[in-house]
Design a protein around this ligand. Structure first.
Ligand code: SF4
Ligand code: SF4
Length: 270
């Protein structure tokens, strides 16, 4: 009996040793060399895997930079900003790039529950893209915010909340300008603007004035008053189709446009 147990232990132990040696050999023989620069870059990226850089996560971006010999731009990580791109430049042994102007996400719609009523009651899943598929959404304005918070859910940095008035709110101190909410909104309501820009248009409607007035009391009616020289003499606003476009975001005459807009369609950031 003892002999059987001892021989079993020896044969199992022997097999273990054999397989262990085989694995050790294979791990050396088939080892894939990992460029240490990739690891170093990954260590310096924020690790949010938000995709703002256009690559599948932080490791994808790190690999692309290292493998391209820095042919791939090193300043695509907006959450990391200038500090991260400077660090990547150091790792890659290249010159740092000029820092981009910091941006922030904004909600280009002022049509809350009170100002922009709904056409019907939507009882589907809580997702703006899904709601959009049902008769272009429940909102009277077919361009306005659907208020189901798909942008809020998408934000990897917890920088958005839903307001009680049915419109999302960006928590600017947390926003990294990754642009994930911009891509998530099926109505093109989320946008990134320079942080230095304090005034923006809170409307993306392409409807004509009569239709806008029927569905929203703060929608832009495209009257073009804000772009007139008597309101913005510097030419800071130009008409772009039915909507005014701010061409000089830091112009001193923009507050006058806010004041003169008959529909109160501009938003002033705090
Ligand atoms: S609010 Fe938008 S841009 Fe800002 S961090 Fe969230 S998803 Fe990114
Ligand atoms: S901004 Fe866009 S994604 Fe966000 S709640 Fe409104 S419609 Fe939905």
């Amino acid at each position: 009996m003892d002999t059987v147990i001892i021989s079993s232990i020896l044969s199992i132990g022997g097999m273990g040793l054999l397989f262990g040696a085989g694995l050790a050999f294979a791990s050396k023989k088939f080892a894939i060399e990992v460029d240490p620069k990739i690891e170093e870059i990954i260590d310096n990226l924020p690790g949010a895997n938000c995709g703002a850089c256009g690559y599948p996560g932080c490791s994808g971006y790190a690999e692309a930079i290292a493998k391209s010999g820095a042919e791939v731009a090193i300043d695509l990580c907006t959450p990391g900003g200038a500090a991260v791109s400077a660090k990547i430049a150091e790792i890659m042994g290249i010159s740092a790039v000029e820092a981009k102007e910091p941006q922030v996400a904004v909600v280009q719609c002022r049509g809350n529950h009170e100002k922009a009523p709904k056409r019907f009651h939507y009882h589907g899943i809580t997702d703006c893209a899904a709601a959009e598929l049902i008769m272009k959404g429940d909102k009277g304005c077919v361009y306005g915010c659907l208020g189901l918070g798909t942008c809020v859910e998408s934000c990897p940095f917890g920088a958005m909340i839903m307001g009680s008035d049915g419109l999302p709110i960006v928590l600017e101190d947390k926003c990294t300008a990754c642009g994930v909410c911009v891509a998530a909104c099926p109505r093109g309501i989320m946008a990134l603007i320079p942080r230095s820009q304090k005034i923006f248009l809170g409307c993306v409607s392409q409807d004509k004035a009569k239709k806008v007035k029927e569905v929203c009391s703060v929608g832009c009616i495209g009257c073009s008053l804000c772009s007139k020289p008597k309101v913005t003499p510097s030419g800071s606003i130009e008409m772009n189709g039915n909507l005014p476009k701010i061409v000089n975001p830091t112009a001193d005459d923009l507050p006058m446009a806010v004041e003169k807009c008959p529909t109160n369609s501009f938003v002033v950031r705090k």
